[in-house]
Design a protein around this ligand. Structure first.
Ligand code: MG
Length: 160
């Protein structure tokens, strides 16, 4: 496999931070739900956080496999106070759109540098972001169908 360029290495280290922060954000959301015994939503966001940490490791492993240097950055404190469920779901959706924008940016950088070895993994992330946005938007739609938070929580189940 080709060696990673300095520029893409730098961008991937930023992305490692973005993915870890995503996980951190979802852990804070999960705690908010757990504190209100909305346990299925807490589990849903906990699983989401785990996936984000896996995303971070995909970038870490790519950097290591291509002779780059991993640099972990300081993580931003996640927001822990929310007024209601909808505020959390909409924040999660907005966050996923932000991450999609980041993946598009990485794609552009790799393309400009003709760093084609980066494409297969970035393609995986493009697909993943379609799913992430879709499932978060689906939660918002579902929530709007329930008048009661516990009733909504009762109907939350993750496929995997
Ligand atoms: Mg992610």
């Amino acid at each position: 496999m080709a060696n990673i360029s300095e520029k893409l290495n730098e961008e991937y280290n930023i992305q490692v931070k973005e993915e870890l922060e995503s996980g951190y954000i979802y852990l804070a959301m999960s705690a908010w739900f757990a504190e209100r015994t909305l346990n299925n939503l807490a589990a849903w966001f906990n699983k989401q956080a785990e996936e984000e940490f896996e995303h971070a490791m995909k970038f870490v492993n790519y950097i290591l496999d291509t002779g780059g240097k991993v640099e972990y950055a300081e993580l931003k404190k996640p927001k822990g106070d929310f007024n209601n469920i909808l505020e959390i779901l909409e924040a999660a959706y907005e966050h996923e759109k932000h991450i999609t924008g980041r993946i598009h940016h990485l794609y552009e950088v790799a393309n400009d540098l003709k760093e084609y070895s980066a494409f297969p993994m970035l393609n995986w992330f493009l697909d993943e972001q379609i799913e992430e946005e879709e499932q978060t938007a689906a939660l918002i739609d579902k929530y709007k169908g329930y008048a009661n938070d516990f009733n909504f929580d009762h109907h939350i189940k993750r496929e995997e």
